[in-house]
Ligand binder design. Structure first.
Ligand SMILES: NC(=O)c1ccc[n+]([C@@H]2O[C@H](COP(=O)([O-])OP(=O)(O)OC[C@H]3O[C@@H](n4cnc5c(N)ncnc54)[C@H](OP(=O)(O)O)[C@@H]3O)[C@@H](O)[C@H]2O)c1
Length: 330
């Protein structure tokens, strides 16, 4: 089979991790990288063996054939760059959050469907082996009926004096806990429960209006609840606990790329531990899923579809309206 050629736009932290993981896939290669800086592009291309280094995102595609592009800029650049690639017929894996708000995601999905070109939001958790097995067990009824879940994602961010120079706190770049990390607990709730009936949210905001400590409770039919917490104020366990009528399931931290989980059925029983350890950062699984889809001629993923992204961003946008986080231009 021909090697699958990847390009990356925006050469920051996550681009580097993704490029490392591409090296773990035998039939994948990074062929082109695009940056706002020609020097950064050249250095990144040299490090990861890409043939083509472009000092602008537009020029990234003037070199070798590109089978799919990974967009890894801050959230605020996702829509524009995705549209640019879709218009050129290039399949896109776009970092989460796919857009800044529901309207942007709707525009991106509409463009993908109009251009008939592949698009997926990089919700990599859907492809992590432990998460895949956990979902199979839950859907198969191993926990009985799932009644409730609690999931958190938190880490200690920069001190207050540094807020202005950090992407995570900068409203002009879509900063805040919710879109950066709070998306994962809410993703898990949707992944397991589907569409919420109602949403309750509260948050603590910085002086510039980015959320740094955010609690979201989602309510589902029959009163089922998902308690989702994200914070930039300190390190949390970043784990998840699912409560079913027949038992509990603990997804070990960091739950969104967990290498294992435990099923608990009563305190008199030892936990049943499931492990799927892997090498690398874990981005290779989503990359392989994209490659399989694109090679098969599919225009979206069956495992994290465009409708899934639309629902997720409907929830996130509603939460932001509740907690009063609005970004410039919204
Ligand atoms: N899936 C995950 O696990 C995961 C983890 C972390 C982040 N993310 C997502 O990935 C995206 C990038 O996050 P990151 O942590 O990699 O950010 P980062 O380290 O700041 O890198 C972002 C890159 O985007 C480019 N860029 C374009 N416009 C920019 C602007 N106005 N300001 C700053 N950089 C700009 C820059 O690359 P050039 O200068 O080379 O153009 C920069 O290095 C975010 O949307 C985030 O939510 C996902």
């Amino acid at each position: 089979m021909a090697t699958f050629n990847w390009a990356i736009l925006g050469l920051g932290n996550i681009a580097r991790k993704f490029a490392e993981d591409l090296q773990r896939i035998d039939d994948a290669q990074l062929v082109a990288v695009g940056s706002r800086s020609a020097e950064r592009a050249a250095a990144f291309a040299k490090e990861f063996g890409a043939d083509h280094a472009a000092g602008s995102y537009e020029d990234t595609f003037s070199g070798p054939r590109v089978d799919a592009v990974y967009i890894a800029t801050p959230h605020t650049g996702h829509k524009e760059l995705t549209l640019m690639c879709l218009e050129r017929g290039i399949p896109v894996l776009c970092e989460k959050p796919m857009g800044l708000n529901l309207q942007e995601v709707q525009d991106m999905v509409a463009a993908a469907r109009r251009c008939n070109v592949y698009l997926m939001e990089a919700l990599w958790s859907c492809f992590i082996p432990s998460i895949v097995e956990m979902k199979t067990l839950v859907d198969g009824g191993d926990l009985g009926t799932l009644e409730s879940l609690r999931a958190d994602f938190g880490f200690r961010g920069v001190p207050r004096d540094d807020f202005e120079r950090d992407r995570l706190y900068n409203p002009a770049l879509g900063g805040g806990a919710l879109l950066d990390i709070g998306i994962y607990p809410i993703w898990l709730a949707q992944y397991l429960f589907g569409s919420p009936e109602s949403i309750h949210a509260t948050a603590r905001l910085t002086d510039l209006g980015a959320d740094v400590d955010t609690q979201v409770t989602l309510r589902y039919p029959d009163g089922k609840l998902a308690h989702c917490y994200s914070t930039l104020l300190g390190d949390t366990k970043t784990d998840a606990l699912l409560l079913g009528t027949k038992g509990e399931l603990h997804i070990h931290g960091r739950f969104h790329n967990a290498q294992g989980f435990s099923v608990l059925q009563g305190t008199d029983q030892p936990p049943e531990n499931h492990y799927h350890s892997f090498e690398g950062n874990g981005y290779q699984f989503e990359a392989m899923a994209v490659m399989e889809d694109v090679r098969a001629g599919r225009k979206e993923s069956a495992r994290w579809s465009l409708d899934d992204s639309l629902l997720l961003h409907r929830t996130l946008t509603e939460v932001r309206e509740m907690i009063g986080v609005a970004y410039p231009g919204e």
